[in-house]
Each structure stands twice: as C-alpha cells, then as structure tokens.
Design a protein around this ligand. Structure first.
Ligand SMILES: Cc1ncc(C[n+]2csc(CCOP(=O)(O)OP(=O)(O)O)c2C)c(N)n1
Ligand code: SF4
Length: 344
C-alpha cells in the first residue's frame, strides 16, 4: 500500500488501514444481518487498492444494502431507488479519475433498477457493482423480490410467488458484462479475492453476493453458504471439481449441456476446464444455470473477465473529436440557433 495522499499533518505518510475506511455513523442493520460481514470485508480490501479516499465514491439506491455509503469513510451518494448505475455512469464518465462502486440489493437492482443495471453493463461503464442478493425486500419488511424462488410465500405473495426468478449472474452475462463473479457474505477470503479482482477491473465489474437476511429470509442460502462441498469454486485454467474430496466434477455433454459427473469414475480430460477469459459468454452462462436456485451444487467465483473498451474513454474521445472538428460550441448559441420552431 503506497497511499499517502489522504491525510494532512504528521501522519500523512502512514499507510491507510481498514479503520480509516469506517465512518463514524451508527450502523443500523439488524443484528446478525449478512451486510455487516460484507461491509467489514469491503473496508478491509480498500487499503490494498492504493486509492486515496477522496478518489473513492460509493453510490447506492434504496434498501437496507443501500445504506452502505454512510458507513464508508469515502465519498458516497445514497441516491434514488434503482438509479445507482445511471448516477455512477455519470460520475465515471465525467470524473474518470475516481473509482466508483455501486452497492445495490436484488430489489433495487433487478426490479425498479433492472433497466439501468443492464445498460450500464452492456456499455461497460467503469464501475464495480456489488449486488447483495438476499432474495427478499428487506427494508420494506419482507415482500418477494425478483430473485425469490417460485412459490415463495411473503406478505405480497400470500399464495406463493408465480414469478420465475432472475439469476443475477445469468442476467449480467446476458448483458455481456466484462467481469462477472459470485461470492458469499461469510466466505471471508473468497469475498476478499473477488472484491479485489473486481475493483482492479477496467469496465463494469459485477459481483453477486449471497447475503443472509436473518429477519425476513433467514437461511435462504444455507444449502451452499453453510455447506462448502456444495460450492463449485471456479478457478480459471483448472478442471471444475467440487465436493468434500473433490469427488464431483462438471463435464460438457455431446448434446451441449453441462452435467455433474462422478469425478472418481471419469478420466480427468472429461472434466470441463474453466476459461474465465473466453470472449463468448455462452459457457459461463451455462455454468450460471447449473443451479437455478442455490439449493444444489452452485458455482461461485469468477465466471467471466474479458477486456473491452471502457464507455467513458470512448465517450470522452468522441467529445474531444467533436470539439476538434467543430470547436467548443456554446449552449446559448445552440438553443437560439436556426433549428428551432414555435408551438402555437
Ligand atoms: C420509487 C420507490 N418505490 C418503492 C420504494 C419502496 N422500497 C424501498 S426499498 C425497496 C426494496 C428493497 O429491496 P432490496 O433492493 O432487495 O434491498 P434490501 O432492503 O433487501 O437490502 C422498495 C421496494 C421506494 N423507496 N421508492
Ligand atoms: S431487514 Fe434483513 S437485510 Fe435488512 S438489515 Fe435486517 S437482516 Fe439485514
């Protein structure tokens, strides 16, 4: 960590620590909420990024997860429901020197904000999106969300949800996000690794984080969260294996589907070797479908990371080009120009 630019005075040269990223705000999540572990992890990752605090911005929408910016000793914006990716796009385009994070929930990102989320990702706007998925609306006290499972009984679905749930990783891959990962609130080392890689990615980095809402949807991810052998840990360049003794594997069938196989009974070369840098997101998408709801073996880790030009860079180049060709322009002249008409 080389950061020295955020303090005046005698301790200016002191490297930043996790504590430097904790604000003085009272944390107002329910005791036991998974959000605490994610907050601690993000605060712990910050010093290693070597980015001055004044160059960090956390943007959120509305929800429990969206309280995040208050607790970070960085710049932040607790904004409008579902609109964090749009606001973050504006910040990242106009201030490319800033590192922008979006913190959002499954309701905020995939209900009211679904539109903004997919367009930020397809543009490859420069931001790190952390989607805390608890499969419920927490802040508004337990209505079903776009990731709630079929048949889910909540206050707004008393007879069971009829909606097929979104799989956030599949959505991100479908929008061709250039970095797509999944982790779990209580998997400290794994989450640290994913956060670090995402923060160092150029373009949109998307991480779905399984987050336990112990008040309104307790245990939603326990089949995977408390059961390490059910976690299919994706590692680039390695055959995909899982299980207590790595006794299971993932293979690509001739018919084009993925299947789970007994790795003790098949040759090593039958197992699919994970390629996170494949340009085509198809295989990563298939991996994301191995577990539609996280009840069976579920892939976590980095599904996809590819390089693609960043939206802000291209936009600013286009603006520079326009100015070079036609001059800086003047808004008042434009508005008063010949291309206008009167409505009577
Ligand atoms: C325009 C608007 N519509 C609806 C709401 C009500 N509302 C607040 S938070 C929320 C959903 C929060 O769920 P999620 O994003 O999953 O976050 P969590 O609270 O679970 O962290 C809703 C519907 C609102 N605040 N504003
Ligand atoms: S309602 Fe759920 S998500 Fe919200 S703070 Fe409480 S435990 Fe966390």
């Amino acid at each position: 960590m080389t950061e020295t630019a955020t303090r005046d005075g005698a301790d200016a040269a002191r490297p930043l620590t996790k504590k430097d990223f904790s604000s003085d705000q009272e944390v107002r999540w329910c005791p036991g909420c998974g959000d605490y572990a994610i907050l601690a992890n993000v605060q712990g990752v910050m010093p290693s990024l070597g980015i001055p605090r004044e160059n960090l911005v956390f943007v959120s929408g509305i929800g429990c997860a969206a309280r995040f910016p208050y607790y970070m000793e960085t710049y932040g914006f607790h904004s409008i429901h579902g609109r964090a990716p749009a606001i973050a796009t504006g910040i990242s385009v106009t201030r490319p020197d800033l590192k922008v994070f979006v913190v959002t929930g499954d309701g905020d990102a995939l209900s009211i904000g679904g539109n903004h989320l997919i367009h930020a990702m397809r543009r490859n706007a420069n931001m790190t999106i952390l989607l805390f998925n608890n499969q419920i609306y927490g802040l508004t006290k337990g209505q079903y969300s776009p990731t709630s499972e079929l048949g889910k009984i909540t206050k707004s679905t008393p007879m069971g949800s009829l909606d097929y749930p979104f799989n956030p990783v599949s959505v991100a891959l479908g929008a061709e996000a250039t970095f797509v990962a999944r982790s779990i609130d209580n998997e400290r080392q794994h989450l640290t690794d994913m956060l670090t890689r995402a923060a160092n990615h150029e373009g949109t980095a998307f991480i779905e984080i399984y987050q336990n809402c112990n008040i309104f949807n307790d245990g939603a991810f326990d089949a995977v969260r408390k059961n390490r052998p059910q976690q299919i840990r994706l590692e680039h360049g390695r055959p995909i294996r899982f299980g207590a003794e790595d006794e299971f594997g993932v293979a690509l069938k001739r018919t084009g589907e993925l299947e789970i196989v007994d790795a003790t009974r098949v040759a090593e070369d039958v197992l699919l070797v994970h390629d996170a840098h494949r340009e085509d997101p198809g295989l990563a998408f298939m991996l994301s479908r191995l577990s539609h709801t996280p009840q069976g073996p579920t892939p976590i880790g980095l599904f996809r990371q590819v390089e693609r030009p960043v939206y802000g860079t291209r936009l600013n180049a286009q603006l520079d080009d326009a100015v070079a060709r036609r001059g800086a322009g003047d808004l008042a002249t434009l508005l008063a120009g010949p291309d206008n008409w009167m409505v009577n």
